[in-house]
Design a protein around this ligand. Structure first.
Ligand code: GRG
Length: 295
């Protein structure tokens, strides 16, 4: 299967680069922090965000190694957010990616620091790559990532998620949370990949729009899988939203309407790829694969 192979090749390229980064860390009395960071980065994530970034880069004709520090940086930012999200002060989860959560293995203090360290390392990687880069694209890509990971993006979404606990929430609030907590990072992955690949303004906009659509669809699919999924395949407990009395798109609209909405959002996202002609084929396949995923 040609596209599945292409996906696995991209994941391998990203994992190899992540290995190189972790191999480059010095011996230190603070060695345990590298272990805690590595534990979660290599705990079996899907590498969705770096794969999307690399795919957008290639689809617009990007060449060279510049994409790798940025692709690894987005995975590190994503991993930091998962470590912190699992902490007792947030979701208090014991399992993630089928393994014990970071704080369950290293304790809360080190888990907080491992998250902080991954966030910091991500920016170190992007800044170092930008210093050596001849054009403005590296800084623009970093700006796209930083804006989506911060208060006007993922952190903002997490804040509203946190303060909405135990309160009645409507679809407006749920959409705000999904757009910022989940879709923003997916959108910025595609946008940064397009920027680094020297795409035109229209191509960058199209890929960012695809990111918004599949990002929203991804979260709703995640909520669907929380009800219909298989714990082994997901690597975490199901029915967590129900147990935590958490309103989701699915709890408001129901399973059937949510499934239709995931499909509608995904098709809408795919339409934006027309501008790329056949260069958008892998991203079309990947969008479809995500929509029908069971993990
Ligand atoms: C702590 C600032 C801060 C933010 C936390 C990412 C996040 C925000 C919370 C995690 C909980 C959650 C359900 C987030 C929605 C996005 C999502 C579905 C994340 C999981 O992403 P996957 O499925 O994870 O790509 P893997 O493990 O495959 O990388």
């Amino acid at each position: 299967m040609k596209y599945k192979e292409e996906l696995n090749n991209k994941i391998k390229l990203i994992n190899d680069y992540l290995d190189k980064i972790f191999d480059s860390f010095p011996d230190s009395q603070a060695q345990i922090i590298y272990e805690a960071m590595k534990y979660s980065v290599f705990a079996g994530g899907k590498r969705l965000r770096p794969v999307l970034m690399l795919s957008a880069f290639e689809a617009v004709g990007g060449k060279g190694e510049i994409i790798f520090p940025f692709a690894c940086a987005i995975e590190m930012i994503h991993t930091y957010s998962l470590i912190h999200d699992d902490l007792p002060a947030m979701d208090d989860d014991d399992y993630r990616r089928g393994k014990k959560t970071n704080h369950k293995v290293y304790g809360e203090g080190l888990a907080i620091l491992a998250g902080d360290a991954l966030l910091n390392k991500a920016y170190e990687l992007m800044i170092k790559a930008s210093i050596d880069y001849p054009g403005k694209e590296a800084l623009l890509a970093m700006d796209a990532i930083a804006s989506c990971a911060g208060t006007e993006g993922m952190i903002g979404g997490q804040v509203v998620d946190l303060i909405s606990e135990g309160r009645p929430v409507d679809l407006d609030i749920i959409n705000f949370i999904h757009k910022n907590k989940t879709a923003a990072m997916i959108e910025s992955s595609l946008k940064a990949g397009a920027i680094l690949g020297q795409a035109s303004k229209e191509e960058i906009e199209a890929l960012a729009n695809l990111g918004y659509c599949i990002g929203m669809a991804f979260q709703i699919q995640d909520d669907i899988l929380d009800i219909t999924g298989d714990e082994k395949e997901l690597g975490k407990a199901i029915n967590s939203d129900l147990k935590n009395n958490k309103a989701t798109f699915v709890s408001i609209k129901g399973l059937e309407e949510s499934k239709k909405y995931v499909e509608r959002l995904t098709r809408q996202g795919m339409d934006y790829l027309e501008i790329l002609k056949e260069r958008g084929n892998f991203l079309i396949w990947l969008s479809d694969y995500l929509m029908t995923r069971g993990f």
